[in-house]
Design a protein around this ligand. Structure first.
Ligand code: SF4
Length: 407
């Protein structure tokens, strides 16, 4: 009997912010018809982008590439206010698919800036999310791109300094950088709540659970996906003998399997589950058909779609709406239905305006959303971790039919 096996990390794949962003584009295509313009990749996954392009999405770098009167969607990574201003000077219909957890960081930056703090943003230079966050307090934010930047940070008043972070960083590395900042600035203010999002944390925790047993760990995700890259680093740090990022089975090198008995498998927050299923099939064909799922947390977070989806575009007909949802079933845009803000000022929707219930298509919101304590790995006791055999060559968890499998 073969001693080859696969440890499948869970949670993995699509997070609530990515689900929301992809559904936003799909819904906009349904409501307004193609083309729908999207500023930057809606999420960092080439398969998702290619599938949406086939349906009529057009990806652009800046809003000045979008024709007057067209629909333009902002990606999950968020934008600087100047992008919103640029769109406002043109006759566009903007729809903001910024993840609400990124918006939360924007609100934190604005508040610290209003209170005259210097803000130290831990993040990677040039990443779209970082560019967007920097734009929310450009006079006050200093980028700290890892521990090596700490010594060079210059602030106006060492007693009035706060730190924030990109949502998709390594939890451990960010904690180490924050600790170094605290040693330089003992009065450093922490974010009001954790900036590294629940999905990033859960996927890293799941990888840590399996990495020590893995001769090889594969992360399904694209090379420009920050959270996917971090999963490779976390895997190596946690004891995997080798770890590689692959977009799909075509990116796997047969030579990686020499002497390998245990393969770990996970996927980044922007990678569709269908690709994981394809990698499982690839592994099964090579004798790795014994698959066990190792679960580190349960996730139930769902964000409602952006309220702008229900509005007519400039000079255009009103979108075709399904039966409106009853008023009491429509959550505020971007909020899980039972989301309890830690600090209301930091959790407002980007525009601060919720859609009227009758402007939101009934199927544009999901009212079964809950955010429970089990969304966070630190809320899951060790004994709840399960190792379950699962079948290979099975249907992917994503129930969407082929052709509608863009996430
Ligand atoms: S990784 Fe986190 S911050 Fe980014 S889209 Fe997903 S939930 Fe939002």
């Amino acid at each position: 009997m073969s001693d080859r096996r696969v440890l499948l990390a869970s949670p993995r794949g699509f997070c609530a912010g990515v689900e929301r962003a992809v559904q936003t584009v799909e819904k906009a295509l349904d409501l307004y018809g193609p083309p729908v313009y999207v500023r930057h990749q809606i999420v960092h996954n080439k398969h998702v982008v290619e599938a949406l392009e086939q349906r009529g999405a057009v990806f652009v770098e800046e809003v000045d590439e979008v024709p007057s009167g067209a629909v333009v969607i902002y990606s999950a990574h968020g934008i600087a206010p100047e992008v919103r201003s640029a769109a406002a000077t043109r006759d566009l219909h903007p729809i903001d698919a910024t993840c609400p957890l990124v918006t939360k960081v924007h609100r934190e930056a604005e508040r610290f800036a209003r209170e005259d703090y210097d803000i130290l943003l831990i993040g990677h230079a040039g990443h779209e999310e970082v560019v967007g966050t920097l734009g929310h307090a450009p006079e006050r934010i200093h980028l700290v791109d890892g521990p090596e930047d700490v010594a060079d940070v210059k602030v106006r008043d060492p007693a009035r300094v706060a730190w924030l972070s990109q949502t998709t960083l390594s939890v451990d590395e960010t904690a180490a950088t924050a600790q170094q900042l605290r040693e330089r600035f003992p009065l450093l203010q922490d974010p009001p709540s954790e900036d590294i999002c629940y999905a990033t944390q859960n996927r890293q925790t799941a990888v840590r659970r399996v990495a020590g047993e893995c001769d090889l760990l594969l992360v399904v995700g694209s090379a420009n996906s920050s959270n996917s890259l971090r999963l490779v680093e976390v895997a190596l740090d946690a004891g995997a003998r080798a770890a590689h990022l692959v977009d799909d089975p075509g990116g796997i090198d047969e030579g990686w399997f020499d002497g390998v008995r245990t393969v770990g498998l996970t996927s980044g927050a922007s990678a569709p589950e269908e690709l994981v299923a394809q990698v499982l099939d690839y592994l099964a064909e090579r004798g790795y058909g014994d698959v066990s799922q190792v679960e580190a947390a349960e996730e139930h977070t769902v964000f409602a779609l952006p309220h702008e989806l229900g509005r007519p575009r400039p000079g255009g007909a009103a979108p075709v709406l399904a039966d409106p949802a009853p008023a009491d079933s429509v959550p505020d845009e971007g909020q899980p239905t039972d989301f309890v803000p830690v600090e209301p000022a930091l959790t407002e929707p980007t525009t601060g305006v919720s859609a009227p219930a009758d402007a939101v298509p009934a199927d544009a919101v999901r009212t079964d959303a809950v955010r429970t304590s089990t969304d966070r790995t630190d809320a899951v006791p060790a004994e709840t971790v399960r190792t379950e055999p699962i079948a290979t060559n099975s249907a992917p968890a994503d129930p969407r039919p082929p052709g509608n499998d863009t996430p």
